[in-house]
Write a protein that binds this ligand. Sequence first.
Ligand code: ATP
Length: 133
Amino acid sequence: MSTMKVSVVTPDGPVYETDVEMISVKALSGELGILPGHIPMVAPLSISAVRLKKDNETHLVAVSGGFLEVRKGQVTILAQSAEIPSEIDPERAKAAKERAERRLKNGPKDNMDSKRAELALKRAINRLNVTGM
Ligand code: ATP
């Protein structure tokens, strides 16, 4: 089966580089499945899990949004943060989730705080989902 190169990159450097047969992402516009030979495109991503499929195995990467860029034979996912499951500390994600929930429950001081807490909550839930917790 044909494959394409995929790199997941953050400001700290590459998180994951591999050849895959299919990539599934959650773009802001909805789910996207990318196969080798896909036309070039750029799409903004949700806080979500990227699914990388090869040899009947699916590898997950948690991304905090960012962008998907498809070029000929090469896919790049650029995000502020991205983790493979083994790099995720579930206790830290649980603590972040509880902190964000407390902030939302206690009534944030302004809209900005509320938006930040909502995004932090989504990142934490996404990390826990990716670790299977
Ligand atoms: P926290 O409040 O725990 O820092 P956060 O969602 O605010 O969570 P980010 O700003 O998205 O964290 O990420 C900052 C850095 O910490 C990134 O390099 C990210 O990969 C890493 N990171 C965040 N949460 C975790 C986690 N639970 N396990 C491992 N690395 C994490």
